[in-house]
Design a protein around this ligand. Structure first.
Ligand SMILES: [Fe+2]
Length: 384
């Protein structure tokens, strides 16, 4: 028996932001990142809809990329002062992830981040407020995932908060909000979404629902990402990518991820490689590595009609990555070879300990992970 996890209620489609009028309450705090949601008009629209529904609103702005413990604590203080009964995370995944953590701290001010990372460490939420997610980037699917990643910059620690308590109550997936997303962000986040779908499809947790959603997401991404990158105003491509990101979120919140994410997390932490870009560099070679243990990629090659074998699927992803203007190797990304090679032993060890490693279809080792890191420096095809 399995349970399908996701958002309590989810609206999707161009213009679906208007459905925000469905939520009922008195006070809503809106958590945002930078100025993009102000510039593209979505913050004004969200505030207007909430006010028409009788809400008093407050805004917490300035959530940075890779949101910090300090920012989350500041947000929770504002929540305590304002006493919202709805928390609205609006914008990129950083704003929504930070809003989730602020919400948990607002409900339980004595919680520590160490405690929150434990299994069952977040007690039942919704005693004070409910949560609404409105993403403006198409990548992590945080609007329907049980995940938030928060960084303690002083300690140099990333806290992945994983709890079904963090699943939003209400989500809106409106591609209109993505039209102002820059080209490189569209490419990187879209390839992150592709990686979620592919890793969830081949993960060692069999789940018919997650696999169907992963396949749907992969088809949408192959058919729309290049248009979304090159024609930002194309609403249909934007909505299709937003839907694919959400489907990828459903897939991995139910079937988990694999070593592409384990390896990419280290590349982000040590060298600052954007998450989606790191995934895109890794994915074809991890497919070659994992293909020795799963037939799953053969299905995906047939699905997108590029052939019948894992290698053909890996090459199709390499071609798509090139069309999106994303680097094929670490050398092309611009990291010094000596610095990269020196960092490999420690990155491989940490990647082995990443929670995603346990769900990879092929049992791996620190040595194998190190060899994958070596191969991607010059984009050498993995064959072991
Ligand atoms: Fe990801």
């Amino acid at each position: 028996m399995a349970k399908l996890f996701g958002s309590g209620e989810l609206y999707h489609g161009l213009g679906s932001l208007e459905e925000l009028k469905q939520i009922k309450g008195n006070k809503a705090v809106i958590v945002i990142g930078g100025s993009s949601v102000s510039r593209n008009g979505s913050l004004d629209r969200v505030e207007a809809i909430l006010k028409e529904s009788g809400f008093e609103t407050a805004i917490f702005s300035g959530v940075e990329a890779d949101p910090s413990v300090t920012t989350v604590r500041k947000g929770a203080e504002l929540f305590t002062e304002f006493q919202p009964d709805w928390v609205i995370g609006l914008g990129g995944c950083s704003a929504i992830d930070a809003a989730k953590a602020m919400w948990a701290l607002y409900e339980y001010p004595e919680l520590t981040f160490e405690k929150m990372t434990e299994v069952g460490g977040i007690p039942p939420l919704r005693k004070k407020a409910r949560f609404c997610a409105i993403p403006s980037t198409s990548g992590t699917g945080t609007e329907i995932t049980a995940l938030a990643v928060i960084t303690d910059r002083e300690k140099g620690v990333k806290y992945p908060l994983v709890s079904y308590e963090l699943l939003p109550d209400f989500s809106i997936v409106d591609g209109e909000l993505c039209k102002s997303m820059p080209k490189n962000v569209t490419a990187n986040t879209g390839l992150d979404a592709l990686t979620h779908c592919v890793e969830a499809y081949v993960s060692n947790i069999p789940d018919n629902y997650a696999e169907a959603m992963a396949k749907g997401g992969i088809q949408l991404i192959f058919n729309n990402i290049v248009t979304a990158v090159n024609t930002p105003e194309d609403g249909v491509a934007r909505q299709n990518m937003h839907d694919a990101s959400c489907l990828g979120g459903y897939a991995f919140t139910n079937a988990w991820l694999g070593i592409v994410h384990s390896l990419a997390h280290q590349m982000g932490g040590v060298f600052g490689v954007p998450h989606g870009c790191a995934n895109a560099i890794l994915l074809p070679n991890v497919i070659r590595y994992n293909a020795k243990a799963t037939e799953g990629y053969n299905d995906l090659a047939k699905l997108i009609r590029c052939g019948e074998a894992a290698e053909e699927f890996a090459v199709a992803i390499e071609n798509l990555r090139a069309e999106c203007g994303v680097p094929a190797s670490i050398a092309e990304y611009g990291i010094d070879e000596k610095a990269w090679m020196e960092a490999i032993p420690s990155m491989a060890e940490h990647a082995m300990a990443d929670p995603c490693t346990g769900f990879n279809p092929r049992t791996t080792s620190v040595e194998d992970l190190a060899k994958i890191y070596e191969a991607i420096y010059h984009d050498v095809k993995v064959d072991f």
